[in-house]
Write a protein that binds this ligand. Structure first.
Ligand code: AHR
Length: 502
């Protein structure tokens, strides 16, 4: 007998609105993300400024809403002034984070123009590694003040007459990590983040600020880091960041497929820590999560940033993804949607070439990796209100994450489209017959059902190989009065769209 599961939902059981910012991404000055990624003046599709048109088109197709920039580790020794003004006057520097040569051909004003082309919101990180509150406030002045001050007038002289109006700002990057230039203790960083936040807000009170949380759940300082940072900066910030990367280790496929369960536990632990700080202060303020780096990353294959040969636009961290990786990525994004009440921003790390859904060849093609399709499907359809999808699922035992649910589901009620959208992962190696009880909904009909199967093919290196791993139609769905029956293939992620009325 196949395993059985039940998902129960009702329009009145709302989790919260799915913020479009959940479908964000990240472009760092790292490897070929910027140079020969989004920017390549000699490319046949490049516009007059040098932006690759094929990459802009794929970014739009991916449904990306917000893009974090310029790092990552890169930001912790970045002087933003190097990247503005006439290109021929910009200095060439050694980037200490990735030991690369940085020509500064692309900087903040350029990136903001690329964002307009790609139809995304910029999210800017300030350097709290080698710099401090003054330089962070200067950058806000340069970007967001209309004019009449030295820095805002410099922006205007550099061609940006209107202020950039950047709302989202990260207060440094992964300051808990010993690899970070300017790494600090939680107390030191918390005090600095608070000072920088206050200075930046005095320039523009409307900005939203993200304090650095832990760079991974397995950091020795995790938990205590968040607590101490928020004890210092609770009143000054809106978000605390979460960074999470997963990979298959030692052929342990079951644990890898259950990465979403570990991810969700991580999110809940950060929320609990932030709420504990709120409780100690008798505050009703709720800090939201900015999951501004998440993905599958075979980080164990990366030799480390200190052993790198000093080069310009090196090929770094260009992971090639499999169908299995795509199922895990889909499950991670499904997990973020399910937690829409507390996750306000999420950025897939990264967008182009570096652990990315979009790959490019210099002078050549741009193509989609296996992870592209499920992200694009969720970004397009998981819009509206996340519902509490009560799950009765078979359980799985994994080596790394103990016992987890075999299924992981998010349901979004998209009132605009009149659609109930179910995203569901089956982490088990066997099919699971599932009843979706949609109590309180009427006129339910099937619009579309797609499924993505993990296989054993391994990394898919060419567009043709990727195409073979594209989501296919999920057959055998029976829509009934009050309940829909479906069988989820083993090791799969599916998206089911049902027309409905509440
Ligand atoms: O996304 C790659 C790197 O991962 C980022 O620069 C850093 O923040 C993280 O460790």
């Amino acid at each position: 007998m196949t395993a059985q599961a039940r998902i129960t939902l009702h329009p009145a059981f709302e989790v919260g609105a799915v913020d479009p910012r959940l479908f964000g991404s990240f472009v760092e000055h790292l490897g070929r993300a910027v140079y020969t990624g989004i920017f390549e003046p000699d490319h046949p599709t490049a516009d007059a400024e040098g932006w690759r048109g094929d990459v802009v088109a794929l970014t739009r197709e991916l449904g990306t809403t917000v893009v974090r920039y310029p790092g990552g580790n890169f930001v912790s020794n970045y002087r933003w002034e190097d990247g503005v003004g006439p290109r021929e006057e910009r200095p060439t520097r050694v980037d200490l984070a990735w030991r690369s040569i940085e020509p500064n051909t692309v900087g903040t004003d350029d990136f903001v123009r690329w964002c307009a082309l790609a139809g995304v919101e910029p999210m800017i990180a300030v350097n709290l590694g080698t710099r401090g509150a003054a330089e962070a406030a200067d950058l806000v002045e340069y970007c967001n003040i209309e004019g009449g001050t030295t820095l805002s007038d410099r922006r205007r002289a550099n061609g940006a007459e209107q202020p950039h109006g950047i709302r989202l700002w990260c207060l440094g990057n992964e300051m808990d990590g010993p690899w970070q230039i300017g790494h600090r203790s939680a107390a030191e960083y918390g005090a600095l983040a608070s000072q920088a936040a206050q200075a930046m807000r005095r320039v523009d009170p409307s900005i939203e600020l993200v304090a650095c949380g832990s760079s991974a759940r397995d950091m020795a300082t995790f938990g205590e880091w968040e607590r101490v940072v928020l004890e210092h900066a609770f009143d000054d910030v809106d978000y605390i960041s979460v960074h999470a990367y997963y990979q298959e280790r030692e052929g342990d496929r079951a644990s890898f497929l259950a990465s979403g369960a570990a991810f969700e536990a991580f999110l809940h632990e950060v929320i609990a820590t932030a709420d504990a700080v709120a409780a100690r202060r008798h505050s009703t303020k709720r800090i939201r999560l900015s999951v501004d780096e998440w993905n599958v990353w075979y980080i164990d294959d990366f030799a480390g940033e200190t052993n790198l040969e000093l080069r310009e636009r090196p090929r770094l961290i260009e992971d090639v993804y499999s169908a299995l990786d795509a199922v895990v990525v889909a499950d991670l994004l499904t997990t973020l949607v399910r937690n829409a009440d507390r996750v306000g921003v999420a950025c897939l790390a990264q967008l182009v070439n570096v652990i990315a859904p979009i790959m490019t060849e210099p002078g050549g093609e741009a193509w989609r990796q296996t992870t592209f399709a499920p992200i694009a499907l969720l970004a397009r359809h998981a819009r509206g209100t996340a519902l509490d999808a009560r799950l009765d699922s078979p359980r799985l035992t994994t080596a790394r994450h103990d016992e987890v649910d075999a299924l992981s589901a998010a349901v979004v009620w998209n009132t605009e489209a009149g659609e109930l959208v179910l995203a569901v992962t089956n982490r088990a190696a066997e099919p699971v017959t599932t009843a979706l009880d949609h109590l309180g909904f009427t006129h339910v009909g099937l619009v579309e059902a797609l499924t993505l199967r993990a296989d054993h093919h391994g990394p898919r290196r060419t567009p043709a190989e990727v195409a073979e791993a594209a989501p296919v139609r999920l057959d055998g769905i029976v829509v009934g009065e009050g309940s829909t029956a479906l069988t989820l293939p083993p090791e799969s992620w599916s998206l089911v769209r049902l027309s409905a009325r509440a």
